[in-house]
Design a protein around this ligand. Structure first.
Ligand SMILES: [Ca+2]
Length: 602
């Protein structure tokens, strides 16, 4: 399940990161106010950059003061009890980590991450040896991605992640010199799930001095850490860093490879020709290998669009020689059959890919092709090029029926009937974003009343004939119970769901099957043990047929897909297609985007 989640996470954003927020380009429409908002954001970012610069200068001044103090201590005459001078601690600040930097100029590198995102720890692992090798040339900083709601801090991977973010920020602040904090982070990241609990042992293993340890501990446990975290979340928000990792090199977004040499290459490119670090001369050239994108342009579904995926691979592997083949070409058909491929699009990698830097991140997503000549990345591929294309007015399969008349097209969006006032919501019951989407429906349903034909569907997979879910068996069970509630108590099931959503991970679902919610626990139990599992299997097929994998996803009128988690966005999308509904006159009363984390589980 964990691997599955990783695959989905990777494919969800095509960029190897943890992504709580939808890509802006996937937003339903670019409102007119967006430009102004962007402008205001830019101003904010600029102001913030200045603040950050000032902070960096303050930090530098502090470091210099500490260094001067240490040097003064070290220079004290020998008669002041030499045996009591802790040599290492005194000498440390004067040391330069790795290659000295006579130019005094540094390249700025900022990573925005989440402490429990595997892709975030991966880039930390990638940069760590670089900091040791040429840290004096790098103005490096870690920032964290999360959500600020007043004094409440939340993050995609839960409360432990917020605590992890806090302790890592405290380590950065108090052990910044010579990137000493990376001694601790390297150790913590070896067991990401143990964050934040493993920081103390890791600090001990890294032989952090007692006074520094105390500073970090006080910071972590007190207001200082919370403040650092809040500021850091805000910085990430202001530069638009939503997915972990989002990286900026020399002030520009960095989308290059994530291996040691990739970073060195990127940093060296930012250094002036006459002032490069010596390390820049020793970067090995990237490994070259062949790659083929096998696609079908007749498929207009989003899952058939390979542009972002190939772009991301191209930046990961500068030595990749990519060519494209379309289904209409004979070579594509030949490869498709010879290599045992069933769905498009896929990317076929030549075997040398295994030697490329960064392969360890890709390898587990690849399978061997039938002939063994290629490594196949199938990703989210679900288009069968030999099946009927549902919207090209051609009988592709030669069975006498065209497009939507063909049985295989019935479930596709293009073949669905438009139904005025219908609103479908696709969720995973334990997905925090799905929970928010369902909660937002309380106001929407109150506003639109019976005019709205509302349906909830669930997202998951079938393995060995059994339903599975991204958030585990607890989610499967709750999906079933909610479906049972929907079926048995169509008038009041939302009360049950809203009650469950207050603590969706709780196993005590019975507490929400009460007279108050109008949902009877015995009836749910009977359905759960009886027809419930088959109901869920059938229900999963609806999302599958439509290619929907992100929780929450909405469809208005059976045809118009959109995303969002606040009542106003939902209402606006309903009214875009049903402007005559009485509720549309009350759109302004709906709660809008509160700055709560928008996004999806996918
Ligand atoms: Ca067709």
């Amino acid at each position: 399940m964990k691997v599955k989640f990783m695959v989905l996470a990777v494919l969800g954003m095509f960029a190897f990161g943890c992504q709580p927020k939808e890509q802006p380009k996937e937003e339903p429409k670019a409102a007119q106010g967006e430009a102004e908002k962007a402008k205001a954001e830019a101003e904010k970012v600029k102001a913030e950059a200045e603040k950050i610069k000032a902070e960096a200068e303050k930090m530098k001044a502090e470091a210099e003061a500490a260094k001067a103090k240490a040097e003064a201590e070290a220079a004290k005459p020998a008669e002041t009890k030499p045996e009591e001078v802790k040599k290492e601690e005194v000498a440390a600040p004067a040391e330069v980590l790795g290659e000295p930097n006579p130019t005094g100029k540094k390249v700025e590198l900022v990573f925005h991450v989440m402490s429990q995102c595997p892709f975030g720890t991966q880039v930390m692992n990638g940069i760590s040896p670089v900091l040791r090798k040429m840290g004096a040339w790098i103005d490096f900083r870690l920032e964290f991605i999360g959500n600020v709601d007043g004094d409440n801090l939340t993050s995609m991977h839960g409360d432990a992640e917020v605590k992890g973010d806090i302790v890592e920020l405290c380590l950065q602040k108090h052990l910044y010199e010579n990137f000493k904090y990376f001694d601790v982070l390297d150790c913590m990241n070896k067991d990401m799930r143990a964050i934040p609990g493993n920081w103390e042992q890791c600090a001990k293993d890294a032989k952090i001095a007692d006074d520094k340890f105390a500073l970090v501990k006080t910071c972590y446990e007190g207001q200082e850490g919370k403040d650092l975290c809040k500021t850091s979340f805000q910085k990430s928000e202001q530069v638009g860093a939503r997915g972990s990792p989002t990286m900026f090199l020399g002030g520009k977004p960095y989308r290059g490879g994530r291996g040691e040499n990739d970073y060195v290459r990127g940093l060296c490119d930012e250094m002036a020709q006459d002032a490069k670090a010596k390390a820049c001369a020793d970067i090995p050239p990237p490994i070259e290998f062949e790659a083929i994108v096998l696609a079908d342009k007749r498929c207009t579904d989003r899952t058939c669009d390979t542009s972002r995926l190939t772009m991301s691979f191209q930046s990961m592997f500068p030595g990749m020689k990519l060519r494209s083949l379309d289904w209409e070409q004979e070579e594509a058909k030949t490869l498709f059959d010879a290599e045992g491929i069933t769905f498009l699009p896929v990317i076929l990698f030549g075997p040398e890919v295994a030697k490329a830097e960064g392969y360890e991140r890709l390898g587990r997503f690849l399978t061997d092709s039938k002939s063994g000549k290629y490594k196949v990345f199938a990703g989210r591929a679900s288009h069968d090029p030999k099946s009927e294309i549902c919207d090209n007015k051609i009988d592709d399969t030669g069975d006498g029926v065209i497009d939507c008349d063909d049985a295989t097209c019935k479930q596709k969006m293009v073949c669905r009937e438009e139904v005025a006032g219908k609103l479908e919501l696709f969720v995973m019951s334990q997905c925090p974003f799905g929970v928010k989407g369902l909660n937002a429906m309380e106001q929407v349903l109150a506003t639109f009343g019976a005019d709205l034909k509302f349906e909830v569907h669930y997202i998951g997979d079938i393995q060995d004939g059994k339903p599975t879910a991204m958030h585990g068996q607890g989610e499967v069970d709750e999906n079933i119970r909610e479906l049972c509630a929907i079926k048995k108590f169509p008038e009041t099931y939302m009360k049950y769901i809203l009650c469950r959503n207050k603590d969706i991970r709780s196993e005590n679902w019975q507490a929400c099957a009460t007279a108050e919610t109008g949902v009877d626990a015995a009836a749910i139990e009977a359905c759960f043990k009886g027809e419930g599992t088959q109901m869920l299997i059938d229900d999963y097929a609806v999302a599958k047929g439509l290619g929907i994998g992100a929780s929450p996803t909405w469809i208005a009128n059976g045809r118009y897909q959109f995303s969002g988690i606040d009542s106003k966005t939902i209402g606006q999308n309903i009214c875009q297609h049903n402007s005559a509904l009485a509720g549309c006159a009350k759109l302004d009363t709906l709660a809008g985007d509160t700055g709560a984390p928008a996004g999806s589980c996918n």
